[in-house]
Design a protein around this ligand. Structure first.
Ligand SMILES: [Zn+2]
Length: 833
């Protein structure tokens, strides 16, 4: 009776297309070590039946490591939400027993000193396998459970052969917070009777989706900028192990099939060697064979590219390694209708499982080629050059240090100079700048970080940004030069240099140049300290103070409190100066040219209608760097909030879906400030909230284009992410704190304004020849040239400050964050006449 019931149940289950058993995934279930707990034994359900959470994944991996002598479990860092960034070293126990020796030999291969090492037959290859950096692309992280299990429990020759010859760096989830968020969503919306209707809530996550990390960043753009904690520990591990192959398992649209690299050949970064793409293609044949064997459709070379080195599958390509992107058609939830029939979650997991093993098989077969490629990538470069890059500025200690920190994580050697260095363009103060010689191991990566992007792929189409020149993003003085004398290698991690605090009985002046000056200003205002900002330069006792310097008078204020705050600032390297008299030069401290600053109470528009990326960036900046609280308001019901709690509303690439126009108008007229950037200004214009003079885009002449040519024709007009040269008016409050009139700005849209005839209304203007680095269509170059990048409208006592561009892009555009901070603190002081 029980048997019959069992059979009925299994038929029933099969008809509900959910249940699969282990043999659906594993090619061989006959030789499995029973001492190793299977995912089903651990979870109480088979992989694919529910979406595993990051917690479940972590505990299972720990258990596997406890049971198996093939696995070392490590936690090198944590996500924003304090979830462990788990990685595992998987190999044959004999290899694990001499792991340090293997690592050292492997690292030696890509060193550049001494004789060229031979590659021996018993030398293992290092393969890095990583999953689901986008948390709502779950097939990878779920397949990782099975891959780890099979590697731990498999007893057949193929597995043993892989283990003997390979050190696997296994990263089961690149994005713990996103994975946790997404798995909760799909599981809580799962129906017992699975429903493949694409319109069901299960397949329609709420904002913000699980793709990004806690703060809304796309971790697959952060491999080079390293602004998120999830990236930092990962890159340290990458540099420690220098893998030969790195995989990055993703998902794409439900109606697609399966993609593996190579991507579009014409869009490979010109700095990536040809042989890299040849090896990628050779590895591809192994994926093809494996996917053929289980009847899955796939393609390569027709989408995605290897251009931006900040992506997981491209970062290795400039370091003698092979990065491989996989994209599986997503079932998103448990099963979804698609053009290929019912698309089940287990099916997506199986494809990722299969290509995980085809990667290992390929690495085994191509072991010698891959090891040789890595060795020669480094050995065959010319290291004789005396050239390098120098960067840094005494006005920018924080930004200088931050760039130095990033370089150190990428195993790039940096040097201090004994004496000040005079370059062709700038002076570089000893102790406040760094020299990066090109004659070192990471020469190619250094070029990828520092060089202006001039050589572009022929079709001018980019999957992501076309330029990321770091010293421009950080707005730092820099140049290429021959190595100066007296170089001292920086061997410790760079850290803050505290400055001395000098007490005053009368007043303090805090220059507005330090990157973290907004943090100090907020702290002062929040404690009720009165602070004024200088709208004119002045000098005192031989020291010049620029536009934007903060004046903190002690008259009628708590001197001890102010001292505490400024002392704390000094410990973080932020200088303030004691002033003992109002009798300063140019303007006196009691002058009307010192304007009172108001405490910003910040609301940020989020939720439906807002870009999950752009609207997260101000939150991250204000919260983690300036330590300013931000209240996030849902733009689909703005009228339900009491706006009088705030005096600043931030809109970054967002629209407000539901609001009361009269209420918002009243709020602005009474002194409210809206800071808009990117597409938000367009929306505000459409609602008659402020009036802005956008330049209209030239019409694209497509009369003679064929259907096939049409996509490229329109695509080439897209400004996907390039660096423009702009000029700023340093006397304007929006530009306070900048020491140079030239400012590199990041641009990833075609919004620009007609410049006002009144010069003082154009505080940021693109250069006549605006392109600095990256790609720009000539028609757009003409459109941008001389145009205004900012317009401000005064409405009553309020202001609408409209940036054409996003000043907070991906948390690594340090150079323009100050524009945003100025709008925040000084926006309401801007006089529009
Ligand atoms: Zn993805």
């Amino acid at each position: 009776m029980r048997l019959i019931f069992g059979i009925i149940l299994s038929i029933f289950s099969f008809s509900l297309h959910a249940q699969v058993n282990l043999s659906y995934y594993l090619p061989d279930t006959t030789a499995l070590n029973p001492a190793i707990t299977s995912p089903k034994e651990f979870l109480g359900f088979q992989i694919g039946e529910w979406h595993i959470s990051h917690d479940q994944q972590t505990y299972y991996m720990k258990q596997l490591a406890d049971e198996s002598d093939r696995i070392i479990y490590e936690v090198r860092g944590h996500s924003h939400e304090n979830r462990p960034m788990v990685n595992m070293i998987i190999s044959h126990p004999d290899n694990l027993a001499r792991l340090d020796e293997i690592k050292e030999n492997h690292r030696q291969l890509s060193e550049i000193d001494g004789p060229k090492p031979d590659i021996t037959d018993d030398q293992p290859i290092v393969v890095w396998q990583g999953y689901s950096i986008h948390g709502n692309e779950p097939s990878g992280a779920n397949a990782a459970m099975l891959v780890a299990y099979y590697l731990a429990a498999g007893e057949n020759d193929q597995i043993l052969n892989i283990l003997k010859n390979t050190v696997i760096i296994f990263y089961p989830s690149y994005n713990p917070d996103g994975m946790q968020r997404f798995s909760t969503w799909v599981n809580m919306n799962k129906s017992k009777t699975l429903n493949p209707d694409n319109q069901d809530r299960e397949y329609d996550e709420v904002w913000p989706k699980g793709r990004t990390n806690h703060y809304g960043f796309d971790l697959n753009r952060d491999w080079l900028p390293l602004q998120q904690p999830e990236s930092v520990s990962k890159i340290d591990l990458f540099q420690e192990w220098r893998p030969n192959v790195l995989t990055d398992h993703h998902e794409m649209g439900t109606n697609t099939t399966y993609f593996f690299q190579p991507g579009i050949p014409s869009r490979t970064n010109p700095m990536t060697p040809e042989i890299n793409q040849q090896l990628t293609e050779e590895i591809g044949y192994f994926h093809a064979e494996a996917l053929d064997s289980i009847g899955s459709l796939y393609y390569a070379k027709e989408s995605y590219d290897d251009y931006f080195y900040g992506k997981g599958s491209t970062y290795p390509d400039i370091q003698g390694s092979i990065g491989i992107l996989f994209e599986q058609a997503s079932s998103r939830g448990h099963v979804q209708n698609s053009v290929h029939g019912e698309h089940t979650f287990p099916f997506t997991i199986r494809n990722q499982f299969v290509t995980s093993f085809s990667t290992l098989k390929a690495a085994l077969h191509l072991k010698k080629d891959l090891l040789e490629y890595q060795r020669d990538f480094y050995r065959d470069q010319d290291f004789s050059t005396r050239e390098g890059y120098i960067f840094g500025g005494k006005e920018a200690p924080y930004r200088t240090r931050e760039l130095a920190r990033i370089l150190q994580h990428h195993e790039i050697k940096i040097f201090e100079t004994e004496e000040d260095v005079k370059g062709n363009e700038n002076e570089y103060a000893a102790g406040q700048s760094y020299f990066v010689p090109l004659g070192q191991r990471q020469q190619q990566l250094i070029r990828a970080i520092f060089e202006i992007t001039e050589e572009l792929p022929p079709d001018s189409l980019f999957y992501d940004v076309s330029a990321w020149t770091f010293p421009l993003a950080f707005n730092l003085p820099y140049e290429k030069m021959n190595a100066p004398g007296g170089l001292i290698e920086v061997t410790e991690k760079v850290s803050v240099t505290p400055v001395a605090f000098q007490r005053s009985e009368y007043a303090y002046v805090l220059p507005w140049t330090h990157y973290l000056a907004p943090k100090v200003l907020y702290r002062l205002l929040e404690k009720g300290v009165r602070v004024k900002v200088a709208s004119q330069p002045f000098s005192y006792s031989g020291r010049d103070f620029d536009y934007g310097s903060l004046l903190i008078p002690l008259q009628n204020q708590d001197a001890g409190l102010i001292e505490d705050i400024l002392q704390e600032a000094a410990a973080e390297g932020i200088e303030s100066y004691p002033v003992h008299s109002s009798l300063t030069d140019q303007v006196n401290l009691g002058s009307r040219n010192f304007l009172s600053v108001t405490l910003p109470k910040v609301a940020l528009i989020v939720g439906d209608g807002a870009s999950a990326y752009s609207s997260a960036e101000p939150w991250h900046l204000l919260d983690t760097r300036y330590e300013i609280p931000v209240t996030r308001l849902e733009g689909n019901r703005l009228s339900s909030y009491n706006l009088d709690e705030y005096n600043v509303i931030v809109m970054s690439d967002s629209r407000i879906l539901s609001y009361n126009k009269n209420e918002l108008d009243r709020w602005i007229r009474r002194g409210g400030v809206i800071i808009a950037s990117g597409s938000s200004g367009r929306w505000l214009s459409s609602q008659n909230i402020g009036s802005f003079d956008y330049k209209s885009l030239p019409v694209i002449d497509s009369t003679s284009a064929t259907y096939e040519e049409m996509t490229d024709l329109y695509g080439a007009r897209v400004t996907g992410g390039s660096i423009m040269k702009a000029y700023i008016d340093r006397s304007h409050p929006i530009a306070f704190g900048y020491t140079d009139e030239v400012l590199p700005v990041f641009k990833n849209n075609n919004f620009v304004f007609e410049p006002s005839k009144l010069r003082f209304r154009n505080p940021i203007v693109y250069a006549e020849d605006p392109l600095w680095s990256g790609y720009l269509h000539p028609v757009n170059a003409e459109l941008f040239g001389g145009a205004s990048a900012l317009q401000i409208d005064a409405i009553g006592r309020g202001r609408v400050i409209n940036f054409a561009d996003n000043p907070n892009f991906r948390a690594f555009w340090y150079g323009t964050n100050r524009l945003f901070a100025n709008a925040l603190f000084f926006g309401r002081l801007i006089n529009q006449r």
